[in-house]
Write a protein that binds this ligand. Structure first.
Ligand code: C2E
Ligand code: MG
Ligand code: MG
Ligand code: MG
Length: 279
C-alpha cells in the first residue's frame, strides 16, 4: 500500500500515524507494569446447554483497568501483548487465576481460557498448564483451552504435537471464532477439538435470515455431529437468535441473552445462592 501511495512521490508521514505509534508506546509501557500493579482481573461469562439452559461452564475474559485511561479492551491490549511478548506473563497469570477461581465451582462446571498463538509457541507453555492445574487442584478435564485457527498458520512450531500433549493431560480444546479466520476444514482433523465455537457474526446473520449464515451454521453443526464435537454459538443476544440457534442444533450457547461476563464472586454466587439468576 505504501508502495502504491509512494509511486512518483515520497511517502508522507501522517500525524495520525505518529499519534497511533505514540499511543501504542504509552500503552506498552503501562501494560508492562499492569500485572505487578494488580490492574488486571478476569470476568466470567456463562456457557449454557442449548436444550436446558443449564450452566456447564464459563469463559474467562481478561480485563485491564488503567488508573488514568480507565478500562482498555482486550481487543486492543492482547495484540499489543502478543507483539511485545508480554503475552507469556499475562497468559500465565490468566491461566493460574482462572484455574484457581474455577476450582471453587461445582465439579461438573468447566472453565474456558483463551490462548494466543504467540503464547502456544513459548517453549514453557505446557509446563505452565501443568503447574496451573497442580497449584489449583483443578482436574484437567475441567479446563478448556480456546485457540483460533490462526495457531496453525505458522509452520514448524509443533503446534499440533503440543495440542496432542495437552489433550493427553485431559485438557479439552475448543476452536474459537470458527469461520472468521483462515478457515480450513483440514484444521479440524489436525487436533481433536471438543467444541467448535461459531462466531457471533453467523449467529446474528442467521437470525436476520441471511442465507449464507444459515448454511454455514447448518454445515458446521452437521460436521461437528459426525466428528462427535460440540458446537457453541457465540454472542447470542436476543430471543430470536436463541431460537434459531436451537433450531439449527448447536449444543451450547454463550451470549448476553444468558449472561454477561461477570466478576468471579458473582459466578460463584450463582452456585451458592439458589435464588440468584444468570442474566
Ligand atoms: P472471544 O474469545 O471470542 O470472546 C468472546 C467475546 O465476545 C468477549 O469479548 C465477550 O465479552 C463478547 N461477547 C460475549 N457475548 C456477547 C454478546 O452476546 N454480544 C456481543 N456483542 N459480544 C459478546 P471481550 O471480553 O471483549 O474479548 C474479546 C477478545 O479478546 C476475545 O474474543 C479473545 O479473543 C480476547 N481475549 C479476552 N480475554 C483473553 C485472554 O485472557 N487471553 C487471550 N489470549 N485473549 C483474550
Ligand atoms: Mg474465546
Ligand atoms: Mg470467540
Ligand atoms: Mg471473538
Amino acid at each position: 500500500r505504501a508502495k502504491e501511495a509512494g509511486r512518483g512521490k515520497h511517502l508522507r508521514y501522517a500525524p495520525a500515524m505518529h499519534a497511533d505509534a505514540e499511543e501504542r508506546r504509552t500503552l506498552e509501557i503501562a501494560l508492562r507494569e499492569a500485572l505487578g500493579k494488580n490492574e488486571l482481573h478476569l470476568l466470567y461469562q456463562p456457557i449454557v446447554t442449548a436444550d436446558t439452559g443449564e450452566v456447564v461452564g464459563f469463559e474467562a475474559l481478561v480485563r485491564w483497568t488503567h488508573p488514568e485511561l480507565g478500562p482498555i479492551s482486550p481487543v486492543k491490549f492482547i495484540p499489543l501483548a502478543e507483539d511485545t511478548r508480554l503475552i507469556a506473563s499475562i497468559g500465565n497469570w490468566v491461566l493460574r487465576t482462572a484455574c484457581q477461581e474455577a476450582a471453587q465451582w461445582p465439579d461438573d462446571v468447566r472453565v474456558s481460557v483463551n490462548v494466543s498463538a504467540e503464547q502456544l509457541y513459548e517453549a514453557e507453555f505446557l509446563e505452565t498448564v501443568v503447574s496451573a492445574l497442580a497449584h489449583s487442584r483443578l482436574p484437567a478435564e475441567r479446563l478448556e483451552l480456546e485457540v483460533t485457527e490462526g495457531v496453525f498458520l505458522r509452520e514448524g512450531t509443533g503446534v499440533s504435537q503440543l495440542l496432542d500433549k495437552l489433550m493427553k493431560l485431559g485438557v479439552r480444546l475448543s476452536l474459537d471464532d470458527f469461520g472468521t479466520g483462515y478457515s480450513s476444514l483440514g484444521y479440524l482433523s489436525r487436533s481433536r477439538f471438543s467444541t467448535i465455537k461459531i462466531d457471533r457474526s453467523f449467529v446474528s446473520g442467521a437470525a436476520r435470515n441471511q442465507r449464507e449464515s444459515l448454511a454455514i451454521i447448518h454445515a458446521v453443526v452437521a460436521m461437528a455431529q459426525s466428528l462427535e464435537m460440540e458446537t457453541t454459538a457465540e454472542g447470542v443476544e436476543t430471543e430470536a437468535e436463541h431460537d434459531i440457534i436451537r433450531a439449527l442444533g448447536c449444543t451450547k450457547i454463550q451470549g448476553f441473552y444468558f449472561g454477561r461476563p461477570m466478576p468471579a464472586a458473582d459466578a460463584l454466587g450463582l452456585f451458592i445462592d439458589p435464588n440468584s439468576q444468570v442474566a
